[in-house]
Design a protein around this ligand. Structure first.
Ligand SMILES: [Mn+2]
Length: 405
């Protein structure tokens, strides 16, 4: 059996103001084509399907269309809820998804899945078109059985057990089963992962798929709002741990073999430009990377004049460019010219020549007035009285502290 592992699609995510939905649509086609070429049986998406807990409807359309595209030729598709996903919303279409061999994974108990629908599918009511019939027949190539903790996928005499643990937030843990709150969070996560893997059978290839921020170092900061968890939370039984959350490809642990596939598109300027998916061959017991080519790349360029900005944008006309500007203040026309360039995505002023003058001009203004100006510049509206007073208060605290040191 061959399994394609990806994660962190972040459907609906914008880069500054730019929508990435077109690129995400192309990406899904690339994945589907790759699955054809590589003869993939299961596509496993390890969380952060959407970027927001309430995604825009356009992103949901890309998701539903995309899941169907990935499920072509009877492939099983598993979409796991990450920390960005609202699992109940993501799984709302579960009754329809089940019929297509698409597992929407937002809980711990999948035992209601399968049975009459997937392991022994009834012909779809719309079995009039030839393509429906072909799809129906091909679907039987793979059987999916829901279990407590995940799913078992059967293809001929090959068997693969996949434990599915959505990002285990405190609230999800509490919903899944009774927690012993005397135990620390990471201990409860470890127990949950172990519990999910309990259905593993000795003759199966065993995969644990989850969405976590794992780290090798003792004192690591949180990433993307997730606390760092030690590698010791991983159970030893899986042959492979398919992870989501970290956007670059990373082999985080050798025993058990645990890897982040990385996101399939570049979503941040400080993120790797090289994107790939992992392909697991359960018979050869190998895990390999295949490079992806969809989507635009992100690039940061330094410039110190309007003409240099345009020149840098011209060099990367098919990418997203963020300009780090350090020069004379730009005129209105220059700003317009730069902003309307197709490659333009963002402008950050790092240091402006003549900045000291500006500081001097602002010297007579109060903190509140400066905040008003800043807010107007960023949001084009006035801040709420509450926000403004919180800012002024904070500045007061900071100035006090500065006075004391
Ligand atoms: Mn995440």
């Amino acid at each position: 059996m061959k399994i394609l592992h990806t994660a962190d699609l972040h459907l609906g995510k914008k880069l500054n103001k730019a929508s990435r939905l077109d690129e995400q649509t192309v990406l899904v086609k690339e994945l589907s084509k790759l699955a054809d070429v590589e003869d993939i049986d299961v596509i496993l998406i390890a969380g952060d399907i959407f970027d927001a807990s309430v995604p825009p409807s356009e992103a949901e359309r890309v998701f539903y269309r995309g899941m169907l595209t990935l499920a072509e030729r009877g492939r099983a598709v598993i979409a796991l809820a990450g920390n960005h996903d609202d699992e109940r919303r993501m799984c709302a279409a579960k009754p329809l998804a089940d019929l297509q061999g698409i597992v929407l994974a937002g809980e711990l108990d999948y035992s209601a899945l399968g049975g009459e629908t997937l392991s022994d599918p009834a012909p779809p009511p719309s079995l009039f078109a030839l393509s429906d019939a072909a799809d129906y027949l091909q679907k039987q190539r793979i059987k999916i059985f829901g279990r407590y903790g995940g799913v078992t996928i059967v293809k001929g005499d090959e068997k693969c057990d996949i434990a599915l643990v959505p990002y285990p937030s405190e609230s999800r843990l509490a919903r899944w089963y009774e927690q012993d709150y005397a135990a620390e969070y990471h201990v409860r996560v470890k127990q949950t992962l172990e519990k999910a893997c309990e259905f593993f059978e000795p003759d199966s290839y065993k995969i644990l798929c989850t969405h976590l921020f794992l780290t090798k170092s003792e004192a690591s900061d949180a990433l993307g709002g997730l606390v760092a968890l030690p590698l010791s939370v991983l159970p030893h039984s899986p042959d492979y741990v398919a992870l989501g959350h970290v956007h670059k490809h990373l082999r985080i642990c050798k025993a058990p073999l645990a890897e982040y596939s990385g996101s399939p598109l570049q979503y941040a300027y400080d993120e790797s430009r090289n994107k790939s998916v992992n392909i697991i061959d359960t018979v050869k017991r190998t895990v390999t990377q295949t490079v992806l080519t969809s989507g635009k790349k992100l690039f940061e360029a330094d410039a110190s004049s309007a003409d240099e900005c345009i020149a840098k944008l011209d060099e990367r006309s098919d990418e997203y460019v963020r300009i780090r500007y350090g020069g004379e203040p730009l005129g209105k026309d220059d700003v317009l010219r730069i902003r309307s360039h197709p490659a333009f995505n963002d402008l950050v002023v790092t240091a402006t020549v003549g900045k000291d003058d500006a500081v001097e001009r602002r010297a007579h203004l109060s903190d509140g007035e400066i905040f008003d100006m800043y807010y107007k510049y960023r949001r084009n509206s006035a801040p709420s009285a509450e926000l403004k007073s919180a800012f002024v208060e904070l500045m007061g605290v900071l100035e006090n502290e500065a006075d004391q040191t």
